[in-house]
Design a protein around this ligand. Structure first.
Ligand code: 6PG
Length: 476
């Protein structure tokens, strides 16, 4: 009897498309879904794309798999994942692999991995990026879990992943929750990148008065240079779309309230715990949140200030300024995201290779971009940079962009156009560059009201000033 190399349970679009991708690559795929109709539909509609073994029950599904078994779970993250694990784990044997391809929280993945390891089962939390189309045609895949499981699973995943210059967009990220952690940060960076693009659009739309169709051309042009990326490409597509029912640009009839499923928020929550300043991602999450607070926005709409003012003097030069400011801000957002990955890797002992990660993000995923190749190069230097900002390539880019960046942030403030992403990126840049930060004053204040002590620039140790006494200094 034919045995399947891998099985997919959970056949909503992502699961079905990954199963089809595997089958199209010549792998025999067992397929299972809680309700049989989805399984039947997949085989009826796409059975000719490869060999699918349609299974009605978990027992039948597990029996159809060659050993060690590879079971890919593609269900909604959270309780449904635990339910599926509980359903399948008792049917598996030591050495088998349960792979979770959903957007799980990495702490859940760590918990599940530890529990299943005790039962001898490899649990592989894997990030999968690229949306529905990526799942079918080649996603970027970020598997965590044991090295042993990657040896058995990696070749299949690499086979179905996107390829850039012949290199698969899939690599072993690190043990237990490493794969889901980097996928979480990927999504955080995705939020920041989208926010920055949205601000660039807003600046050009309301600053210069260019209409969406013309702006689509601008983004198309940007997509031919250093900003070339999937997100810029789809921005042009969205801006060019005309609403069939009203004849207006679609972007003007879409409600301006950005939603989120949670991975960006998790990125910021975890960054706070790790003490990593990911201000670009945080501003992106908050900007989505602000957009959704209709009651606040309605209450505040009449507040004084410029609104919707177009500066007729702004022309081609401003468009170029915005492009440069976008690139500089994007460098900051990615640098912060990679800092978080380094911090997470150190905290959990994962040994994540940032260069390898940049390599597998060059294709397949939502943040795929030419720019990722520059990040890969930066990490491949003999001495990798402490922050991406100091990699020679980016030093040059930031140097070229910074005058434009400052003009854009200043102009936005003048016109009343909110640019939280651009301005926080610039503030981060200037904070890192500053010889002295006003943190010294904050330390003084803390010592004043709470005797929290401070360090000095000229001597080792901790000190306290007797603020309510004679104001002399004592060692702490
Ligand atoms: C991907 C995407 C994918 C999904 C996001 C959207 O990498 O393929 O990131 O995971 O589209 O989760 O997230 P929000 O709904 O939170 O914007």
């Amino acid at each position: 009897m034919t045995q399947a190399q891998i099985g997919v349970t959970g056949l909503a679009v992502m699961g079905a498309n990954l199963a089809r991708n595997l089958a199209r690559h010549g792998h025999v795929v067992a397929v299972h879904n809680r309700s049989l109709s989805r399984t039947t539909k997949l085989v009826e509609e796409h059975g000719d794309e490869g060999t699918f073994l349609a299974c009605e029950t978990p027992e039948e599904f597990v029996a159809a798999l060659e050993r060690p078994r590879r079971v890919l779970i593609m269900v909604k993250a959270g309780a449904p994942t635990d339910a599926v694990i509980e359903e399948f784990a008792p049917l598996l044997e030591p050495g088998d692999m349960l792979v979770d391809g959903g957007n799980a929280h990495f702490l859940d993945t760590r918990r599940r991995e530890a529990a299943l390891r005790e039962r001898g089962i490899h649990f592989v939390g894997t990030g999968v990026s690229g949306g529905e189309e990526g799942a079918l045609l080649g996603p970027s895949i970020m598997p965590g879990g044991s090295k042993e499981s990657y040896a058995a699973l990696g070749p299949l995943l690499e086979d179905i992943s996107a390829k850039v210059d012949g290199v698969p967009c899939c690599t072993h990220i690190g043990p237990d929750g490493a794969g889901h952690f980097v996928k979480m940060v990927h999504n955080g960076i995705e939020y920041a990148d989208m926010q920055l693009i949205a601000e660039a659009y807003d600046l050009l739309r309301h600053g210069t008065g260019l209409d969406p169709a013309r702006l689509a051309d601008v983004f198309d042009e940007w997509n031919r240079g250093e900003l070339s990326s999937y997100l810029i490409e789809i921005t042009a597509e969205v801006l060019r779309q005309v609403d069939a029912s009203t004849g207006r640009p679609l972007v003007d009839v879409i409600a301006d309230r950005a939603e989120q499923k949670g991975t960006g928020r998790w990125t910021v929550q975890i960054a706070l715990d790790l003490g990593v300043p990911v201000s670009g991602i945080a501003e992106a999450v908050f900007a989505r949140s602000v957009s959704g607070h209709v009651e606040l926005r309605e209450a505040a709409r009449g507040l004084p200030g410029p609104s919707g003012v177009t500066d007729k003097a702004l022309g081609e030069e401003f468009v170029e300024d915005v492009r440069r400011a976008l690139y500089a801000s994007k460098i900051i957002a990615y640098a912060q995201g990679f800092d978080q990955i380094r911090a997470g890797s150190a905290e959990y002992g994962w040994d994540v290779d940032p260069g390898a990660l940049a390599t597998i993000w060059r294709g397949g995923c939502i943040i795929r971009a030419v720019f990722l190749d520059r990040i890969r190069e930066a990490y491949e230097e003999e001495t990798p940079p402490v922050t991406l900002l100091t990699a020679p390539l980016f030093v040059e880019a930031l140097g070229l962009a910074q005058d434009s960046w400052r003009r854009v942030v200043a102009k936005a403030a003048e016109l009343g156009i909110p640019v939280p992403g651009f301005s926080t990126a610039l503030a981060y840049y200037d904070s890192l560059r500053a010889e002295r930060l006003p943190a010294a004053l904050i330390q003084g204040q803390r010592d004043f009201f709470g005797a929290h002590t401070y360090r000095r620039t000229d001597r080792e140790g901790s000190f306290h000033t007797l603020w309510s006494g004679d104001r002399s200094e004592v060692g702490a």
